[in-house]
Design a protein around this ligand. Structure first.
Ligand code: HMG
Ligand code: MG
Length: 303
């Protein structure tokens, strides 16, 4: 299959990126400023926060305040994770545009991440998706550990396909395929996608690849060749999952944009603005950017 002409980037920096930061809570003001800067890059999808238990993920405890503080840009969808009805109700009150439920292909990861089995998670998501529908809020579905689990190792593609199918049948408009610990390689990614696409159309799938082993861009290229046209990425490559020790951040948005620009694939996003935003948030967090492109591109626009 030919590469797509356009790709939609789903920006993860403010949620997946910041949820795992060790130490002191990142201030609400920094989160708001990050989202506002991301909103000026041309992105159409920004995952802003999570309405999850603050005991499980302390960095996301200020979800409502973040949503209340951002300057919403027309044309940008601001979404949040909502694992249960409590989360969804808070998200609705905060005026999110879109929500996401998150399950896993591996039983052990499901238990560690959301404290229930895969089957129980589907039961839990059913009323969440129903209530969201009543409010005309679209629901995205994540499936974690699609290319490997920190507790179980390899995961059969058929298992991944089964959970994707369940979430799609429940009403998720898009299923994001999470290589949570970044152990995937291109052929593995293709085989997984081949199994999943027998259950869910490729047009309704997204790639959410962490870059622990430096494979994410190669894996993305492999699935672009198979028709994937939605990519989750994180500015400055921020992030990791609190329940997947050692896993590094999402693939950096800057690096994905550089590759897509080079392939002549349209995104509507300004690479220089993204680089500037990545430098800014890295400075706020007192660290080097995880983006190779940003490190190679000195930037004057950081204020
Ligand atoms: P639980 O302990 O089984 O829930 O957690 P519970 O219903 O028994 O409630 C326990 C306490 O949590 C109660 O408080 C509830 O009120 C509170 P208490 O009465 O004890 O004071 N609570 C909540 N508080 C705020 N918001 C809520 C909420 N729900 C319950 N929504 C639960 C179950 C799912 C809540 C918990 O396990 C949890 O919050 N997990 C979140 C895990 C998480 O956020 N992980 C990271 C995101 S997923 C990810 O990064 C992967 C992804 O990027 C894709 C990939 O890379 O693979 C998406
Ligand atoms: Mg993730």
């Amino acid at each position: 299959m030919a590469l797509p002409n356009t790709v939609r980037l789903f920006e993860m920096g403010a949620r997946d990126g910041l949820q795992n930061e060790p130490g002191e809570p990142i201030s609400t003001a920094i989160k708001i400023e990050l989202i506002n800067r991301l909103s000026n890059t041309g992105l159409s999808n920004i995952e802003a926060t999570s309405f999850v238990s603050p005991r499980w993920v302390p960095q996301m405890a200020d979800a409502s305040a973040v949503m209340a503080g951002i300057s919403r840009q027309p044309g940008v969808t601001y979404s949040a994770l909502t694992p249960n009805l409590k989360g969804l109700e808070a998200a609705i009150a905060a005026g999110v545009n879109e929500v996401a439920v998150f399950g896993a292909a591996s039983e052990s990861f499901s238990q560690k991440n959301i404290n229930c089995s895969v089957a129980e998670s589907i039961e839990r998501f059913t009323p969440v998706i129903e209530l969201a529908r009543q409010h005309n809020i679209r629901v995205r579905g994540y499936v974690s550990t699609v290319l490997g689990c920190p507790y179980e190792g390899d995961i059969q593609p058929e298992k991944v396909a089964h959970v994707c199918d369940l979430l799609y049948q429940l009403g998720c408009y898009e299923i994001s395929l999470g290589d949570t610990i970044g152990t995937g390689t291109p052929l593995k990614a293709k085989h997984m996608l081949e199994a999943v696409s027998k259950k869910v159309p490729v047009s309704q799938l997204a790639a959410h690849f962490h870059d622990t082993y430096g494979q994410a861009l190669a894996n993305l290229y492999a699935v672009l060749e198979e028709g994937i046209a939605v990519i989750d990425s994180s500015v400055a490559g921020l992030g990791g999952c609190p329940y997947a020790r050692g896993a590094s951040g999402n693939v950096a948005s800057e690096d994905v944009l550089y590759m897509l620009n080079g392939l002549g694939i349209e995104t509507g996003i300004d690479l220089q603005q993204m680089i500037a935003t990545g430098h800014w948030i890295s400075a706020q967090l007192g660290r080097r950017s995880g983006s190779k492109v940003a490190l190679a591109s000195p930037c004057q626009a950081v204020k």
